[in-house]
Design a protein around this ligand. Structure first.
Ligand code: COA
Length: 375
C-alpha cells in the first residue's frame, strides 16, 4: 500500500520564483509589462511575419536570416526530417506508446549522440526529429514520409493530417511555432540547462526537457483547455462551470502564469492568428465559433479569478489560445503538447549551447528538516 508523503515546511521561493539562474541572449520575459523579446525582436513583430526557419535563424545567430540563409536552413531542416524518418524502424515500440509525450520522450532517446557535431547542425537534426516523430506517432503504424521541399510548418501539418496544408493554416502554425520557440527560464528549459551543466549531451537534455514539458502545469494545459470549452458548451454556462470547478479545488487551465502579472503577450499574438484564420474561413466556421466561445470563457474566467484572488492577477496564458489555434488547423488535441515540443526543442538546444559556454555545474542546496543525527 502506498504511504502518504509527510508534508514538509516550505522554503521561501519554493518554486525558485525571481531566482536568476542564467544569463541568455535568447529571450527576455517581462512579466509586469507583458513583454516577450526573442533575440532582440518583440514577439509581436516576428510571430505572423517570420517563418519558423527564419525565427530559429534569428534565435541562433541573433539577426533575421537573409533570404539565402533562410533557404539554407529550410533545406537543412528538410534533409534532417528525411534522415529522422529513416530512423523510425529503429525506434522499437516507442511510437506505439498510448501517450504522445511518452512516445516522443522514448523516440527522442533513440537519437544518436555525435561527438564534435556542429551545434547548429545538431539543433536542426534534433528539431527535425521532434516534428517527424510526433507526426509519426499520430499516424502510427503508417507514418508519412517527409517532403523536404516544403517548409517545416507545412510539412509537419501534412505529415499529421495526411493532406497538403492550406496556406492560412500553414501561416497560423508558423505563427504558433515562432511564438513558443523560447521563453526565458521556463521549467523545461531549466531542466535542459541543468542536464547540460553536468557536461551531458544534448539528446539527454532534450529528453529531460520533454519530461518537464509534459506536465499539465507547463505544456500539458492546451488539451484540457479544449476539454473545458467542450464541457462549458456555450458562453452562458461559463460562470456556473468555473465556480463549481474552483469549488472542487481545480485550476482553470490556460489561466495564470508564474511570471506574467498581465495577460500573456503570446495570448494576444495567438488570438490574432486565430482571428486571421476566422477572417479566411468566416465567423460561422468552427474556428470562428470556437473563438467566440473562447473569448467569452476567458472574460468569465478573469472575472471569477479576480474575485477570488484580488491581489494575484490571473489572466490568459499562452496555452489558452494555443488550444484554439491548433484545433482550428486540424491537429488532434493529443498532439498539442508534442507540437509545443516541436518548436520549443530548438530553444532547448540553443540554451544547451549557451549553458555549455558557461561550463559550470548547476547545483543548488536543500535544507534538511528532519531530526539531527543521534550522537
Ligand atoms: N486557476 C485557479 N487558481 C489559480 C490558477 C488557475 N489557473 N493559477 C493560480 N491559481 C491560484 C493558486 O491556486 C493560488 O491560490 P492560493 O494562494 O489560494 O493557493 C494563487 O492563484 C497563486 O498561484 P501561484 O501558486 O502563485 O501560481 P504559480 O505561479 O505557482 O502557478 C501556473 C503558475 C501556471 C502553474 C498556474 O497559474 C496554473 O496552474 N495555471 C493553470 C495551468 C496552465 O495553464 N499552465 C500553463 C502555463 S503557461
Amino acid at each position: 500500500m502506498a504511504t502518504a508523503t509527510p508534508s514538509l515546511p516550505r522554503i521561501e521561493a519554493s518554486g525558485l520564483e525571481d531566482v536568476v539562474a542564467a544569463t541568455t541572449r535568447l529571450s527576455d520575459v517581462d512579466g509586469d509589462n507583458g513583454r516577450l523579446v526573442l533575440a532582440g525582436s518583440p514577439v509581436e513583430d516576428v510571430a505572423g511575419t517570420l517563418s519558423f526557419e527564419q525565427a530559429i535563424g534569428l534565435l541562433w545567430h541573433g539577426s533575421i536570416p537573409t533570404p539565402s540563409e533562410a533557404t539554407r536552413i529550410r533545406e537543412a531542416l528538410g534533409e534532417a526530417r528525411e534522415a529522422a524518418y529513416e530512423r523510425i524502424p529503429e525506434l522499437g515500440d516507442a511510437l506505439a506508446l498510448p501517450d504522445a509525450m511518452d512516445a516522443l520522450r522514448a523516440a527522442m532517446g533513440h537519437l544518436a549522440v555525435r561527438a564534435n557535431e556542429d551545434p547548429f547542425t545538431e539543433a536542426l537534426r534534433i528539431t527535425a526529429a521532434t516534428a517527424v516523430f510526433a507526426a509519426a506517432w499520430a499516424r502510427s503504424p503508417a507514418p508519412l514520409r517527409p517532403d523536404p521541399r516544403l517548409g517545416h510548418a507545412a510539412d509537419y501539418l501534412r505529415m499529421v493530417t495526411g493532406h497538403p496544408a492550406a496556406p492560412p493554416a500553414v501561416a497560423a502554425l508558423d505563427a504558433y511555432l515562432v511564438t513558443v520557440v523560447d521563453h526565458g527560464m521556463n521549467a523545461s528549459t531549466f531542466a535542459a540547462r541543468v542536464v547540460a551543466s553536468t557536461a551531458s549531451d544534448t539528446v539527454s537534455a532534450v529528453v529531460a526537457a520533454i519530461g518537464a514539458l509534459k506536465g499539465r502545469l507547463h505544456g500539458g494545459a492546451p488539451g484540457p483547455v479544449l476539454d473545458m470549452l467542450d464541457a462549458i458548451g456555450e458562453p452562458a454556462a461559463a460562470h456556473a462551470w468555473m465556480t463549481s470547478a474552483l469549488a472542487r479545488g481545480e485550476r482553470i487551465m490556460g489561466m495564470g502564469h508564474r511570471v506574467y502579472r498581465v495577460r500573456d503577450p503570446r495570448a494576444f499574438v495567438l488570438e490574432r492568428a486565430v482571428a486571421r484564420l476566422e477572417a479566411a474561413e468566416g465567423s460561422a466556421s468552427s474556428a470562428g465559433r470556437r473563438l467566440h466561445l473562447a473569448r467569452a470563457v476567458e472574460n468569465e474566467a478573469v472575472a471569477v479569478l479576480t474575485a477570488r484572488h484580488p491581489d494575484r492577477p490571473l489572466k490568459a496564458n499562452v496555452e489558452f489560445y494555443t488550444a484554439i489555434l491548433l484545433e482550428a488547423i486540424g491537429l488532434p488535441r493529443t498532439l498539442f503538447t508534442p507540437t509545443f515540443a516541436a518548436s520549443r526543442v530548438f530553444g532547448w538546444c540553443a540554451h544547451v549551447n549557451e549553458q555549455r559556454a558557461v561550463g559550470r555545474l548547476i547545483r543548488p542546496k536543500s535544507r534538511y528538516v528532519d531530526a539531527p543525527p543521534r550522537v
